[in-house]
Design a protein. Sequence first.
Length: 273
Amino acid sequence: MKRLAALVPCLALVALTLASAGAQAIRVTGQILAYQSGFVFFTTGDGFRVAPAIVLKDAKTGGATELSPRPRLWARATFDADGTIVELDLSRAPLPPEGDFALVRRYAIALSSPFPNPDLVPPTPGPSGRVPTVFSGKLVVVVFEVRVPPSTPLDAMVYITTDASSWNPQAIPMQRVDASHFKVIERLASGTIFHYLYTRGSFASEERSEGGLEEHPRTALVSDADGQVYSNIVYRWADQAMPGQVIQPNVFPTPYNPAPFPNLPPGIHTPHP
């Protein structure tokens, strides 16, 4: 019994030693790539959450430091049991390797889903047949790009008019890409459907079909894809004549323009207000 009683303190000491070893903090050293929004990122590509009351120390002396975490500095990171960095020991000089990032990689923040590059998304065909009725409503990158006729003035603005905007001729302004192309990027909820045409800012300068007739509105349907691209062509504008055609004015004679109808047949008098 005396031997057993003598072993009890020894067993307790061993248990305490094992517990303290299991609770020992994990430390790794590396070079900081970024420090922002409550996270620190190392050049290994790993990012970890930082405790709100993180302790900053000098890596050489272990005392206080005037350095603040920033790119290119070296740091010894101390993790708690939850995988949060609670201490950073900073240094301008490289630190000797310590720890293994493989042991803390399970604490690294997960990557967010990649953001689609709209320039790599293939053109989206218009909706045909049966239209799906179930959409997630997530925001989708939708690109509208249009090629305009060579007769488009170089200082012209191009807009998209839609039935969702009550056919406002300047509903969606576009950005000029080059002399013959305009583009705009919108973020629309999946399930959005609307009809649209292109204008130069008014109904008088709305697009026309290749034959010079009124163009039928196109249809856009936003699906659950990561991105969509609608590529269109404007063949001519309503206020520009076709080859061999003279545009008839839509105004009455005024003192400054007494003969706005120069092509009336002989014997037909100029109409007056």
